[in-house]
Design a protein around this ligand. Structure first.
Ligand code: SF4
Length: 200
């Protein structure tokens, strides 16, 4: 029997696994799990992990990547941050810290292992999930995901409307977006129509 969402979210927000019982190196700061969800949400963003700016504010996608993602979806900030309309469930709920080059580390592996299946069971009304980045694509599409993100996103028709695989909306992917104009011309109009319908 699935757990009720409210106590599950309470447990997630109190989670300290990556500090107290990590697989390898402990999280280099206090955990601050960031997740937005309500049982009625029909659409979700399954992303990677919060960045440092989001870690500071506690608000998911409260950064330029979020601005681009909202533009991709065709939604206002108000609608985006309404948990009754949109669930935001990254693969790792806490900012994982930076690597030696200053980039973000991958989402913590402990997180999906501890929480993801339970949380998916507690969100039975999700009809479409936007899979932002390779980690969420591999988890949710399983063998359907290609090793190469571009190939997975190019095959979006195989997964829609249940899933829309996308690259990360970070400025780091500006070159990717320029090289793959079909993403904006083909994928986004369909995605926007779907979002509009499910968030109405
Ligand atoms: S990343 Fe996930 S598993 Fe690790 S401390 Fe945060 S909520 Fe817990």
């Amino acid at each position: 029997m699935p757990r009720a969402l409210a106590p599950l979210l309470k447990d997630i927000r109190a989670c300290r696994i990556c500090l107290d019982a990590p697989d390898k190196a402990a999280l280099p700061h206090a955990p601050r799990p960031i997740v937005q969800a309500s049982r009625g949400a029909r659409i979700a963003i399954f992303g990677q992990a919060p960045g440092n700016l989001v870690h500071q504010t506690g608000i998911p996608f409260n950064d330029p990547s979020g601005d681009r993602l909202r533009e991709w979806m065709g939604v206002t900030r108000e609608a985006f941050y309404d948990p009754k309309k949109l669930a935001i469930v990254p693969m790792g709920f806490c900012f994982p810290g930076n690597d030696a080059k200053g980039g973000d580390l991958p989402p913590r592996k402990e997180c999906p292992r501890a929480w993801r299946a339970q949380l998916m069971d507690a969100l039975p009304n999700i009809e479409t999930a936007i899979l932002v980045g390779g980690y969420a694509q591999k988890w949710h599409l399983e063998t359907g995901a290609s090793k190469n993100l571009t190939d997975t996103v190019k095959s979006w028709r195989d997964f829609a409307p249940d899933y829309f695989p996308t690259p990360h909306p970070s400025w780091r992917n500006n070159a990717w977006l320029k090289k793959n104009p079909w993403f904006e011309s083909d994928v986004l109009p369909t995605l926007r129509r779907r979002v509009k319908r499910l968030m109405a």
